[in-house]
Design a protein around this ligand. Sequence first.
Ligand code: SAH
Length: 341
Amino acid sequence: MQSIYNYTEEMWKEYLIHMGEKPFRASQMMEWFYRHRIQNFEEMSNISKKFIAHLKENFIIDSLKCVTRQKSFDGTQKFLFELSDGNLIETVLMNHNYGYSVCVTSEVGCNMGCVFCASGMKKKLRNLTTAEMVLQVLMVSTLAEIRVSHVVVMGIGEPFDNYDNVINFLKIINHAKGIEIGARHITVSTCGLVPKIREYASFDLQVNLAISLHAPKNEIRDQIMPINKRYPIEELMDAVKYYISITGRRVTFEYILLRDINDTKECANALADLIGKENIYVNLIPYNEVIEKPYKRSKEETMRAFYDTLYKRGINVQLRKEQGSDIDAACGQLRSKHMKK
Ligand code: SAH
């Protein structure tokens, strides 16, 4: 049995043709599955009885089991979901002034091994299917009774290490007859898988790209992000420039401030030299400390100073305020706590 949520409109079209049905039914099916959120194939009044019978035998309208749900004083909510094979994943809902944003997990565990991150303490067990990512958005929307306006693929896992499923996920949540999240309201974040950044440049949806940079020099980045040994900063920046040249879109650089590691004035200036001012945006992130890790959040005044240096150099920069720290919302913390119990 396949989940219906694994299929993009294109995939349904091919499937319908294969079954001797009209391909335009695919668009109607998307509407039933995502706009009306049907739980029963019989509700599809404009689809033939024969095809419905076939769907019932081969597909399921599935869901995720919500194991834990935590609410923060600031409105952030964190969900721990159990997958059909018993694996656990985290999904976060953030309440911003511009709408509700869901942070989606893309893999069970992660192989990237960034030293500061709680997710990587568990190696990747498998990729999430497209359906398991789609269901995170659907389930959160249902459980919290809200309309999701933004999606960030910044939960556990490296989305570009699960590229094809992530691309199909993006097509489904963006679909006009479905959940209809605007491409410009969707962001995929990568630690820097260079060949995939280049491939993503040709993806025809106007989805945003964020790069977890976290250091302006190889000496530092090598120490905290193993991926840098495979794709050093020069190659990463070439890929980013290529992406901007093809898409014309702005790229966001994420930069966690780690005390005494990457938060000096020298680092801020090196960062400004590296990225320039054109078509880029910098998100400075206060580090969410992880019990098992030795890393500390930068001091308030250090973060301010880092911000000021970039700002004075004319860079589009924001110092992100932290959300959900009281509910272990930092990348992989809830899951790792739950697994220890
Ligand atoms: N693998 C992807 C997406 C998942 S991580 C990537 O690396 O971009 C999403 C973001 O959270 C990344 O920028 C990551 O470096 C950051 N992050 C990980 N652990 C963190 C922590 N404890 N505090 C703050 N940010 C963290």
